[in-house]
Design a binder for this molecule. Structure first.
Ligand code: SF4
Length: 356
């Protein structure tokens, strides 16, 4: 098949041709036999606290890595009420290595709300769950379907890939239209069979059978219903997502203030600002300075760093005398709130004015 099908109507028609009832039945049978053993699935009836913690940890991190973190975290704080009493410093410590520390902050905020306003019981519906800090469309639907049997499907990269292969067409799956179609597909499966099983089965199938590479169609419960398997084009679907055009930026970072006395790492102070005009790491504190977009590589710079489509050339410039518009940050706090490798490279660079 050579044609790429961007038109919504074509993939919509293909979606309608899928036998969703049969897909749901096969997934349910398969899940009853093949569900993965995961630490957050150990209790007989799913615990919303544990499902929530695992889903937040699994964002950007593999199941294998999360398992150890999850066990340590839930051993220290086995219930949402216990977590609600924790200090943020302790949560950060437990989170160390998982990255994206805003997730740790949101977890504590949500635990306090659930403990105080909901008497330690999570709300049942995905709509109410979405009002809690750090809980978005995917996590809210995962919690409400797995724990409270709400008939709502989840959509993530795994589900998009499985759905795209079932349809068997080369669609622009990264567009909102295909996401919406997949949401309809996923919701519909939950109407036919146990929503908890449907969502977890799709998660497991995408992680273990219908994987991005080395697709294991021969052991797939859906092979008789799958258009990609019929056409044997499963290795060409989904299409590679087009790379975004790269952008070049200069980040002029103020050198470390001369007044910072401490020689120890993590203990001195650095002025930080999130008003740098940054195209990346938005909403997070950054070392004071300014981002400028450019078409050409600058003649002088201390190092270059790439984040997604952004090429960032870092220049260190002298510290100004007037610093009244800049906020002082303890280095340890700044690293914790923004533990990106770009920031770490800045701290470590000799041109920044010596190691901190
Ligand atoms: S048959 Fe193959 S391509 Fe189709 S859903 Fe199963 S694993 Fe994916």
């Amino acid at each position: 098949m050579n044609d790429i099908l961007p038109k919504k109507s074509q993939s919509e028609a293909s979606m309608r041709s899928l036998n969703n009832k049969k897909i749901a039945q096969e997934l349910d049978k398969w899940y009853n036999l093949q569900a993965r053993d995961l630490p957050w699935r150990e209790s007989k009836s799913p615990d919303p606290y544990k499902v929530w913690i695992s889903e937040i940890m699994l964002q950007q991190t593999t199941t294998k890595v999360v398992a150890g973190y999850f066990k340590r975290f839930t051993t220290k704080w086995p219930t949402v009420n216990k977590l609600a009493k924790a200090e943020i410093e302790d949560v950060y410590e437990m989170w160390q290595g998982l990255g994206y520390y805003s997730r740790a902050r949101n977890i504590l905020k949500t635990a306090k709300i659930v403990s105080a306003d909901y008497k330690g019981k999570f709300p049942y519906s995905y709509k109410e769950l979405m009002d809690l800090p750090g809980i978005g469309p995917y996590t809210s639907r995962a919690i409400s379907s797995i724990c409270f049997n709400e008939k709502v499907g989840v959509v993530d990269g795994n589900v998009l890939r499985v759905h795209n292969r079932l349809i068997g067409e080369k669609v622009e799956w990264w567009n909102k239209d295909f996401h919406n179609l997949t949401q309809v597909f996923s919701d519909e499966l939950c109407k036919y069979e146990n929503p908890s099983h449907m969502n977890q089965a799709l998660m497991d199938l995408g992680a273990t059978v219908c994987t991005p590479k080395k697709v294991a169609c021969l052991v797939c419960p859906l092979k008789k219903l799958c258009n990609s398997y019929k056409a044997q084009n499963q290795n060409e679907i989904p299409l590679p997502k087009p790379r975004k055009e790269s952008q070049t930026w200069v980040y002029q970072v103020l050198k470390k203030p001369k007044t910072t006395q401490s020689k120890k790492r993590n203990t001195g102070y650095i002025l930080a600002s999130n008003e740098t005009g940054s195209p990346i790491l938005k909403g997070k504190p950054l070392p004071a300075g300014k981002f400028k977009k450019t078409k050409v590589k600058p003649k002088t710079y201390s190092f270059m760093h790439t984040i997604t489509k952004h090429k960032i050339y870092v220049q260190f410039i002298d510290h100004p005398k007037d610093t009244k518009n800049l906020k002082e940050y303890k280095i340890a706090d700044l690293r914790r709130e923004n533990p990106s490798s770009l920031i770490e490279k800045i701290w470590q660079h000799p041109d920044f004015n010596g190691k901190l």
